[in-house]
Design a protein around this ligand. Structure first.
Ligand code: G6P
Length: 456
């Protein structure tokens, strides 16, 4: 752990609040960012500044910093309309789509006046975060700002508190210079200038860092400092969940549902970048092309709703559910349902599924890292096979030993599933050992320390 004080800043904090019987209660928040950072920060007293995302969060924000569950959290209450514009329209509706290449460009995006007002709100929210941190950060602290929600904090923070050393870390990919040109010129330049105002910008994968550098070279005529450090899975935490009663109960239910079939698993938010529909189409292709797997394999899809404030996510969920229904209707037999779909956001249940997979399908069209690939291999008890997209950030660490997936190639993905299901016990052991060795090479603290070092 560093000897300088550290402040972490992110949109979503490690705790969310609820009100029960008039009292504030805390609950640990989920998601890749919080999981990766939480493991390094828990119990260290590090100040974590985050947005107040609900009414109960706003009540907590009014009390100042709250210490609970090993975290020291200080929430920032934001104007409702500004928060919606900053989170839904710009962060998730624009920057997420930009960096993951999710736009259907003949139709979207449309940068109209409403969007420009939202961009101004994004700027205001970033300024509010900067002011909040400037008031609270200890003298000379290192400030670790997380993700695309907070790209514009660097400049106002440096102005208010030149004694602080702030770095930025993207949990997403970064758009290529060509893709970046879709943003309006002024907003694109402001975004890159904002990021360049940090001491350095970090990424999970060298490809994303290079893309950021290329955008800056083209738009700003200079290349800011970057660093690359992939987040690590929290082996202790996930193994603890795996050893718990809830996980055992969920596992028993799953065993009954799957019977003696082989099990393909995916665990994801219902998220456009995760490529869920093509994953099911590949599974259907497997059943069609390799009929020996009919009634012998089940696809457990533990995918749960996310960001439902965005129309695109609601539509995608419908599409996902539609394709599951169709495939099950077409292929099920009286004793076998090919796809087991459970949209509950239930972590112990997801861990139970990860313990049992024969194949873990991680096929995003693009992904900053993908922690599930790492967590899954840590808890799996069957020497399961990792089928991994070349477009995930974690490919740089695991690509040499995983089975590679071209995420757009449905037939190719089916072939990979067949190959994974057909591997001998010896092959599986060698494969799983090699992946596990790489996954356990780094810890969340290593990742956290790399960010602190990047502050200089
Ligand atoms: C995932 C992404 C992160 C992102 C987070 C936000 O974990 O990998 O890049 O910051 O989602 O999720 P939220 O639910 O807060 O929108």
């Amino acid at each position: 752990m560093p000897d300088r004080p550290v402040v972490v800043v992110s949109n979503r904090g490690p705790l969310s609040f609820t009100v029960a019987d008039g009292a504030l209660r805390t609950k640990r928040a989920g998601g890749g960012l919080v999981t990766a950072l939480g493991a390094a920060v828990e119990g260290t007293g590090t100040l974590w500044v985050a947005g107040a995302l609900s009414e109960a969060d706003r009540m907590a924000a009014a009390k100042g910093a709250v210490e609970a569950e090993g975290f020291n959290v200080d929430l920032l209450a934001l104007d409702d309309d500004d928060h919606r514009a900053y989170y839904d329209v710009i962060s998730n509706g624009t920057l997420w789509f930009l960096h993951h290449g999710l736009w259907d460009t003949p139709r979207r995006p449309r940068f109209d006046r409403v969007w420009r007002d939202a961009w101004a709100a994004y700027r205001r929210v970033n300024q509010a975060f900067a002011a909040h941190v400037a008031e609270r950060a200890p003298e000379g602290a290192v400030v670790l700002v997380q993700d695309y929600h907070l790209a514009l904090m660097g400049e106002p923070l440096a102005e208010a508190r030149p004694d602080l050393a702030a770095v930025h870390f993207h949990h997403t990919p970064f758009a290529s210079a060509d893709a970046f040109r879709v943003l309006p010129d002024d907003a694109g330049e402001e975004l890159l200038r904002g990021l360049a105002a940090f001491r350095a910008c970090g990424f999970h994968n060298a490809r994303w860092a290079a893309a950021f550098e290329a955008c800056c070279a083209e738009v700003l005529g200079r290349t800011p400092a970057t660093f690359v450090t992939p987040a690590a899975a929290d082996a202790g935490d996930i193994s603890g969940v795996a050893a718990g009663d809830q996980c055992a109960a969920a596992g028993a239910e799953l065993d009954e549902a799957v019977g003696d079939c082989r099990l393909i698993v995916r665990v994801d938010r219902i998220e456009l970048s995760k490529n869920i529909v093509r994953g099911f189409l590949a599974f259907e292709d497997l059943l069609r092309t390799y009929p020996e797997w009919r009634e012998r394999v089940v696809f457990g899809a533990f995918v749960y709703p996310s960001r439902e404030g965005l129309a695109e996510y609601q539509a995608y969920r419908q599409e996902v559910e539609g394709v599951i229904e169709r495939i099950n209707a077409e292929w099920a037999t009286p004793t076998w349902t090919p796809i087991l779909y459970d949209p509950k956001d239930d972590f112990p249940r997801s861990v139970a599924a990860l313990q049992r997979f024969d194949v873990l399908l991680v096929n995003p069209v693009r992904d900053g890292l993908n922690l599930v690939a790492k967590e899954g291999m840590i808890v799996n008890q069957r020497d399961g096979v990792l089928a991994l997209s070349r477009e995930s950030g974690v490919w740089a660490e695991l690509g040499e030993v995983a089975l590679g997936i071209h995420p757009f190639d449905v037939a190719g993905t089916a072939d990979v599933l067949h190959r994974a299901l057909s591997m001998s016990a010896d092959e599986r052991r060698t494969h799983a050992d090699a992946v596990r060795e790489r996954v356990s090479a780094r810890t969340p603290v290593d990742w956290f320390d790399d960010q602190v070092s990047a502050a200089g």
